[in-house]
Design a protein. Sequence first.
Length: 355
Amino acid sequence: MDNTVVYVRVCFLVIGDIDTRQQTFGAEVLIEARWSKRKDFEPRLVITNLDRNQKERIWFTEETDEETKETLITMHWRLKGIFYENMELKYFPRDIQDISVCISVEGHANGVELVEDSTKMSSLSMCNFRDNQEWILFSHVEMESCPEHEESDVELGHCTGIVAKCRVVRQMRYFMMTSVLIMFAITLLPFTLFAFDPKWNTIRIMGTITLILAGTTYRNAVFHSLPLISYVTYMDLYFILSMVYLCSVCVVFAIISQYKEDLQRAKNIDSACFEALWVVVIFYHLFLAAVFFSKTNKKVEEMRVKDDLYKLRLTERQSLKKDLSPNVSIDSTPKPSIDSIPKQPIESTYLKEKP
């Protein structure tokens, strides 16, 4: 028996708050699934990354293809809820996150294949993005087929799927001003301790230890808003290098204190260490900044290229619709639009309306 192809299109109507710590986002989406009419057939569509369903409506429409004379059924599924998304924070605070809806077929539906709808493009509403103070939304939507599942995964209930995703990039100005800039100031403060005479190295060491404790406390406060992850972000790397630098300054002061009997020699070593520490600070800040911005700029540029390709496809599709006459005739029965949902939608055999 041949697989029944179900063409899927996803429209992101509203994208709400993106919670980095909880790794969730709120959204309202419209899912349209289209297939050739068959007796007693309906795909059992489920959203695998749906955390909480707040509201949903389901209704159906029919249309006839004039060329093939096939009757096409379209299921319209409007859903509002909270979705789970695995956040990738390696490049925090300029990380790019996927906003995805994972659609699958429930049960052992071996005869169902979900593919991207080639006649209607998935879309999003840029003006209904509500978290634009923290994030910048890219304008493209991508549809990806899920990889083949292992047999053991199929037994769990989902055997085929497709993912619709758009992307956002975090606005880093706030974190650069409140996190990186303050930590940079903490790394510069040890140079003020060189104002003390080398024979006062005890005060120098105490001041450096105080800065280490202050930097550690501030780091914990900054990362309290992020989820626990098992890898090192660029922000983690910067704080770690800053702590290593402060510990090195403390060790330098301890070494200089061994020459307190020979004051002139201690001053010479003190001057050499002062200049060397300046070189170290400047080098590792410039190196980290160069690596961080080169990699994040590359990723942002890739997303902008995807935006341009999506707009080009959309323009070509609109031009094609103007040039070609419609091949599909809609039956005379009034159909609800996206913005006008019927109060009593047709109930699905498997998907029922929730209160």
